[in-house]
Design a protein around this ligand. Structure first.
Ligand code: ZN
Length: 392
């Protein structure tokens, strides 16, 4: 199989003023003829594809080592762009692919690779943007997007420019090839993915915008699903969904949120703590769901742990009270001291919330209900915002 090499456009184009450097590296003229074996089909597909086709981006991921991979519909063209940072904004790399995503979205990573956004600049394009911290040095002449298969692309980012504490990504790299794949998050196994109605921060406390930063840690992930309960309800799915919604709500209130993971990846405990400790965040909340054995459905309840008294115990009590308020009938197991690694080793007020038992007859049906998880997210966000107001 040949290799299709796409260089990101060169320094002269890249240094044009912002907004004017959208000149595409079009490979129609320069590279198609060299890669015709790879791209003949794609052209046919493109020609036959209506303008409103679904996004051809089915998955993306960035490894801890800074390797970006894309999975696309087979044989499409990807256009790559680079823009220098300016005016307090870091450099950006972006890729345009045919077909529009269902929804625009952004994932805050908080590393040197600061944010990944999926946008739709028009009704027929998916734009994947990697935005780096201001001051990050990137040499566009050294960046290469390499097609490694008809539906796979790879780019090595300089390690100094990424330094990811955790892998990040969306979508499935292993599913069978389909011509158009919706750019959804990796499907959550065991229950239906939640409807993505936008959550409203209405009713949540208002804090000064841009002043606070918090770390949300969805426990487990990847090969470690955490507890598995009734009807295959997985702790990792529950906590990831709640965490993403908490992030959305807090961001709507102008709070910067760092997630220790944003997808189904496994992140060890020390990097989670390292991310938190280097983030300058005011607080850290780790989200979990409890489990006993499947023959103890009678055990239910919510509990929130802190390591040290003072600020952390206040935060724990707030989280506990808010969670109980949306979970009538489940036992209050209390806000109490615990020795979990992530709350013991983090330097800011840190708590670990067990939002219910995936093995419990009261808790499990609730945790598997998308709208209930939305209420849990509201509750946790309310507790965090209340704490921030009280602490300032
Ligand atoms: Zn857990």
């Amino acid at each position: 199989m040949g290799v299709l090499v796409m260089g990101i456009l060169g320094a002269t184009l890249a240094r044009r003023p912002r907004g004017r450097c959208w000149a595409a590296l079009s490979f129609r003229s320069r590279l198609l003829w060299r890669c015709s074996g790879l791209l003949l089909l794609p052209l046919a597909v493109l020609a036959a594809t209506p303008a409103r086709a679904a996004s051809s981006l089915s998955a993306w991921r960035v490894s801890r080592e800074g390797v970006l991979e894309l999975r696309t519909s087979p044989g499409i063209q990807v256009r790559a762009y680079f823009e220098e940072g300016s005016g307090g904004r870091g450099p950006r790399i972006w890729f345009d692919l045919p077909g529009a995503p269902l929804r625009a979205r952004s994932l805050w990573l908080g590393y040197n690779l600061r944010e990944v956004r999926i946008g739709k600049p028009d009704g027929a394009t998916t734009r994947l943007v990697l935005e780096f911290q201001p001051g990050t040095r990137l040499d566009p002449s050294r960046l290469r997007l390499v097609g490694t298969a008809r539906d796979r692309w790879r780019m090595e980012l300089p390690p100094a420019a990424t330094r990811l504490g955790a892998a990040a990504g969306e979508g499935d790299f292993e599913a069978p090839v389909a011509l158009t794949v919706l750019p959804a998050r990796a499907p959550l196994r065991g229950w239906a993915p939640p409807p993505r109605r936008p959550l409203s921060p209405e009713g949540l406390p208002v804090v000064p915008r841009g002043r606070y930063r918090v770390v949300i840690d969805p426990g487990h992930g990847g090969p470690d699903p955490g507890a598995v309960g009734i009807e295959g309800l997985r702790e990792t799915d529950v906590v990831l969904d709640v965490a993403l919604q908490v992030a959305q709500l807090l961001q709507a209130r102008g709070v910067q949120v760092l997630l220790t993971r944003t997808t189904e990846v496994d992140v060890d405990l020390p990097p989670r703590v390292a991310l938190a400790n280097s983030s300058g965040a005011q607080l850290f909340v780790s989200l979990h769901a409890n489990a006993l054995s499947l023959d103890r459905p009678d055990v239910n309840g919510i509990e929130t742990f802190y390591f040290e008294g003072g600020a952390a115990s206040q935060l724990a009590q707030l989280v506990q009270d808010h969670l109980l308020a949306v979970s009538p009938g489940t036992p209050d197991r209390g806000a109490r001291p615990g020795r979990f690694f992530v709350i013991r080793r983090t330097v800011m007020p840190s708590v670990l919330a067990e939002m219910g038992f995936v093995t419990g007859e009261i808790d499990a049906p609730r945790l598997s209900d998308a709208s209930f998880r939305g209420r849990l997210a509201q509750a946790i966000s309310g507790a965090i915002l209340t704490y921030l107001l009280q602490a300032s």
